[in-house]
Design a protein around this ligand. Sequence first.
Ligand SMILES: [Ca+2]
Ligand SMILES: [Ca+2]
Ligand SMILES: [Ca+2]
Length: 252
Amino acid sequence: MPEGTVEVELIRGHGLKDVETFGRSDPYAIICIGSEKHTSRIIHDGGKNPIWNQSFLIDIPDGPQELDIEIFDQERHGVDEKMGSVSINLSELFLLKKSPACKYEVQLPNGNHHGELEIALKFFPKVHNGSLEVHLMEGHGLMDADIFGKSDPYAIIYCQKESQKSKVIDGTTHPLWNQSFTFNVDSEITDIFVKLFDKDDLGADDPLGSFVVPLNKVFTEGHVPPTRYKVTGPLGQPQGEVSLALKFTPWC
Ligand SMILES: [Ca+2]
Ligand SMILES: [Ca+2]
Ligand SMILES: [Ca+2]
């Protein structure tokens, strides 16, 4: 899942379970994504239909995709009592970037549902600025697409709208490129795409397959040691592997 900031707008509760013995509950919410935790204000005597209208900005690293909201009744004496919880899977938000206000069913500690929370969500993917170095090392067991002799493989590396082409290694399914490419990155990019071809003198070059290289690790750690990526053909069939290493240097 992408790195970025999630905006959680906690609007209000509808028909929550009032757990107060005398008077009305004093609801507040604890909002969690991964290890990030935020607490809302307490709506004193808010009862079943508390109105928060409160927004939270939560920075998330690559990884967590679940938003958990727990609602409690604040107590002057003793332990706050749980009024229920809502869990929202964020994978759709990461794709659409925005989820308008809607009601989510509240689950009670006993597993039953009681009431709803109205929540709106936004996602702001992290923009990466820097220089990405792709070190294309070698291919292993690539497809043979020549009738006489073996393939003459080369790679085209796509980074956003830019692409760069490697040299052609003649007559082998285990090409040793050992070549570096530098791309300037200035966007919400999450991966690069590599296409392989067999260079032919007559007619169009034959496609040998392609693979995707996720960039999350290089963005967090600065480099990724030589790693093998599985090459797949147009129908998803395995077509050998390519090893490459990555380095990312952010602009200050
Ligand atoms: Ca209370
Ligand atoms: Ca060929
Ligand atoms: Ca060829």
